[in-house]
Write a protein of this length. Structure first.
Length: 87
């Protein structure tokens, strides 16, 4: 079985709608900009390789365990994931 990884950013709008980035190259800010006002105040989450939507805290643990990011801190940020995957 393959190791679980963080695939890309996603946001969860107040309505509960999940909007996923097209790729890891997009940031949470990019998603919010595309969605407009309805995305203001949306939660910044991530999509895992098993398609689960998880919090920034859980994503940080998964990314560190998978070797995608060395020291993400308590919460993963989309720029940290991009930077870690470039190496």
């Amino acid at each position: 079985m393959s190791k679980l990884k963080v695939v890309k950013p996603a946001i969860v709008e107040k309505s509960g709608k999940v909007v996923k980035a097209k790729s890891v190259k997009e940031s949470h800010a990019d998603i919010i900009k595309k969605e407009g006002k309805k995305a203001k105040g949306a939660k910044h989450d991530f999509v895992l390789s098993d398609k689960e939507i998880v919090s920034r805290e859980k994503a940080a643990k998964v990314a560190k365990a998978a070797g995608e990011v060395k020291n993400p801190g308590k919460k993963l940020h989309s720029h940290e994931l991009r930077k870690g995957l470039k190496k």
